[in-house]
Design a protein around this ligand. Structure first.
Ligand SMILES: [Zn+2]
Length: 287
């Protein structure tokens, strides 16, 4: 059975931040058939809501119109968010979603075809990647139209871990202190309201990851030290990573990373290697 959050298509993390007054607005897409039900349910959750259709967004004409719902504690803010989105004002819109200014700026500045925000967030790290900023399972705003097609073609598989995050936005870096603060607050609220989900999220996010692109990655059940990851398996969150690469990794229990390749070993016996092209795949050690 769908719960109230599912009916409104909102995540509990955003809802808790909204209720605490730490996030002005939640915006989601809705299927037109569920609009009336979402409105009723939002009332039950004591949320204000407006629902609007888009035939064009951020200067792009849409083949099929989109239905967006804006939830808030204050109806004026719903309207402001709709207006900002309608006129393509990403700065204002990001502010209304409660995103840090540095991350909004970074997002807008790098908004070009083919950008990989994950690689960018990694490149911008000054200290070490924080699991609070691990938004591997969130696809919002990251995808171009080509990637969007891949996402929808593999929707079921890619969506399965979609509730596992502590920040929803694209962080300017994986050690962005404003994002870490939001992540910490979210985790604290979750621990009080949904402790099992909180534990599942930390377990999924606080991991070394081998990353190719938005859809291809492997998450290790193990530890990274320097250029080595020792592991006793990979987490069963599926991605579109090639079967061959996945198999090689599953057959080993440690990998060594150098500039050109990733070498996989079972204890001391080499079992395979994966070539790195232009530095890809990269290891991101979320801790
Ligand atoms: Zn930031």
């Amino acid at each position: 059975m769908l719960d109230e959050f599912d009916i409104c298509n909102i995540d509990i993390q955003s809802y808790l931040l909204l209720k605490e007054g730490l996030k002005p607005v939640i915006r989601v897409g809705l299927n037109r058939s569920v609009v009336e039900n979402a409105k009723k349910t939002a009332n039950k959750l004591e949320l204000k809501v407006i629902i609007r259709e888009f035939r064009q967004i951020y200067g792009q004409k849409l083949e099929n119109s989109l239905t967006h719902a804006y939830y808030s504690l204050d109806k004026e803010l719903c309207i402001e968010a709709f207006d900002a989105e309608k006129r393509g004002d990403r700065q204002k819109f990001g502010q209304l979603l409660g995103y840090p200014e540095c991350c909004i700026d970074n997002f807008i500045k790098n908004l070009v075809e083919g950008v990989d925000y994950t690689l960018l967030s990694l490149k911008n790290v000054r200290t070490k990647p924080s699991f609070y900023c691990n938004s591997l399972f969130v696809f919002d705003s990251k995808l171009n139209s080509f990637q969007m097609k891949t996402y929808f073609d593999n929707h079921k598989l890619l969506r399965s871990p979609h509730k596992l995050f502590l920040i929803r936005h694209v962080p300017c870096s994986f050690d962005c202190k404003h994002s870490i603060k939001i992540g910490k607050t979210t985790l604290k609220l979750l621990k009080n309201n949904s402790p099992d989900l909180a534990a599942t999220i930390v377990n999924a996010l606080k991991r070394p990851v081998l990353y190719w692109n938005y859809f291809e990655w492997v998450i290790f059940n193990g530890r990274q030290q320097g250029n080595t990851i020792k592991y006793d398996g990979i987490l069963n969150y599926e991605s579109l990573v090639k079967d061959e690469a996945k198999k090689i990794i599953e057959n080993g229990n440690n990998i060594k990373i150098d500039d050109e390749k990733i070498v996989i070993f079972n204890d001391n016996e080499k079992t395979g290697e994966i070539l790195r092209k232009d530095g890809i795949p990269v290891c991101i050690n979320f801790q």
